[in-house]
Ligand binder design. Structure first.
Ligand code: UDP
Length: 240
């Protein structure tokens, strides 16, 4: 699919949650979902859009959930960061098998398996036509990979940040629990912070606000949603 030049971003960073990779499974990875995502990413790469992907780990572990039962929050967060690496490695293989040149970098490297994140190197990979998967979040506990999305996007000068979820965007309340939850089409970072919308870490919202990043939250399960956003069409919630 060719993407019109008019509103096309040059570089995007996309955050894929572990939940998004799970499909209908209860945990782990559904390779069919990753293949579908790969096909969209391939279309972006063909249109010369540079793609970085921050991957979550919630399909295996989330520190805040593990906390208790003898596991400290910090150890839980360490497990969560390791979980992002499991997803990244699986994604890298599937992307590569589909002919997408892919590199994985992690804030917490694994010698011989995943190289350490380095902003300049990541920039060179993106310019060189690789999709770069960012694992390990920011490498520190007490935040989630949403903060990594904003941080990597800012460091790498992305034109657009995308947060893929399993709902249609940002709602006034949790839409799974509240039938009267309202879907926002546009939001300012100030509003998101004032209303304490729990859709991302507050640190992520603050980074996005302070660095004037454009962020779109959208439903990855909606076929073609990613490509529609790149074409400049209204999809999900725009935060700026
Ligand atoms: N995590 C962390 N530091 C980071 C990124 C992630 O400690 O910079 C931990 C945290 O416990 C988080 C878990 O890793 O809950 C998995 O990441 P996240 O919740 O973002 O995954 P997602 O919900 O997007 O799948």
């Amino acid at each position: 699919m060719a993407i019109a030049n008019k509103k096309k971003p040059r570089r995007i960073v996309l955050k894929l949650s572990g939940e998004a990779l799970m499909g209908k499974k209860e945990a782990g990875i559904d390779s069919k979902i990753i293949k579908d995502i790969a096909s969209d990413v391939k279309a972006l790469a063909k249109s010369n859009i540079q793609v970085g992907i921050v991957v979550g780990g919630g399909n295996f572990f989330r520190g805040a959930m593990l906390n208790g039962d003898g596991i400290s929050r910090i150890t839980g967060d360490h497990l969560g960061m390791i979980a992002t690496m499991l997803n990244a490695l699986a994604m890298q293989d599937i992307f590569t098998s589909l002919g997408i040149p892919t590199k994985t970098m992690s804030a917490l490297p694994i010698d011989g398996i995943i190289e350490r994140y380095d902003c300049r190197k990541a920039n060179n990979y993106l310019v060189g036509g690789f999709v770069v998967i960012f694992a390990g979040g920011i490498g520190s506990p007490l935040v989630t990979t949403d903060t990594a999305l904003c941080l990597r996007g800012i460091e790498l000068g992305a034109d657009l940040l995308l947060k893929a979820t399993n709902v249609d965007g940002i709602y006034s309340k949790d839409p799974k629990k509240n039938r009267d939850a309202k879907l926002y089409r546009r939001l300012t970072y100030g509003q998101a912070l004032a209303e304490n919308l729990g859709v991302m870490d507050l640190s992520a919202f603050c980074l996005g606000r302070d660095h004037k990043m454009k962020l779109r939250v959208f439903n990855i399960r909606k076929k073609g949603a990613l490509l529609r956003i790149i074409q400049g069409l209204d999809e999900g919630t725009l935060v700026e």
